[in-house]
Design a protein around this ligand. Sequence first.
Ligand SMILES: Cc1cc2nc3c(=O)[nH]c(=O)nc-3n(C[C@H](O)[C@H](O)[C@H](O)COP(=O)(O)O)c2cc1C
Length: 182
Amino acid sequence: MRIASPTHSQALRPDFESAHFRQALSRFATGVTVVTTLAGHAQKGDTQTSSFVGVTVSSFNSLSLSPPLVLWSMGTKSGNLPLFQAGTHYVINVLAADQLALCQRFAYDKGDRFADTDFTLGQAGLPILSGALAWFECHNRSRHEEGDHVIFVGEVERCGFSQDSQSLVYQAGQFGTTQALA
Ligand SMILES: Cc1cc2nc3c(=O)[nH]c(=O)nc-3n(C[C@H](O)[C@H](O)[C@H](O)COP(=O)(O)O)c2cc1C
C-alpha cells in the first residue's frame, strides 16, 4: 500500500486497471436518457426525421435549481460530438421503463434513428420523444473537456414530466426499473 503525503498536489497514478474502474463505476445505478439535437445539414424549422441526431446517455444529472442547470457528458470519440458542441440547444429525454427499444436504437443504430420514432418538436424545433418520463429543453450553456469526455452544462428553458410512468434504470450492464421499497 502506498502512503501519500496529505499535502500532495497531484493525483497519484491509479493502482487499478481500466476494466476494474469501469466495473466499479457500473455499480452506480442511473436512469437513461436520449439527448437530441439538429443534424449538421439541417436548419431550425426542418421537420424531416433525417434533420435530427440523438444519442443514448446515462451520464445525465441535476446541477442547479437557480438558475436551472443540468449536466451530462459525451465521449470525445462520439461521431455526433461536434454537432452537440456547435448547436445552441438540445433536448434531454428521460426514458420510461417501457422504452428499452429506444435506448438501444439511439445507442447502436447506424441509420436514421428517428425514422421509426414517435416525437413532437419543442420550442427550439428539436425532438421530444413521445412517452418520455421527463424532458428538458436546454440552451447549450457551456462545455468542459475533461479526460476522454466533454461535460455539457445545459440551461433549462422548458421541461415537462409524466406523473405515473416508471423509469428505465441501468446498473452493472443490465436494465431494470424502479420499485419502491416497502
Ligand atoms: C445505457 C447506455 C448509456 C450510455 N451513456 C452514454 C453517455 O453518458 N455518454 C456517451 O458519450 N455515450 C453513452 N453511451 C453510448 C452512446 O449511446 C453511443 O456511443 C452513441 O449512440 C454512438 O453514437 P455516435 O458515435 O454516432 O455519436 C451510452 C450507451 C448506453 C447503451
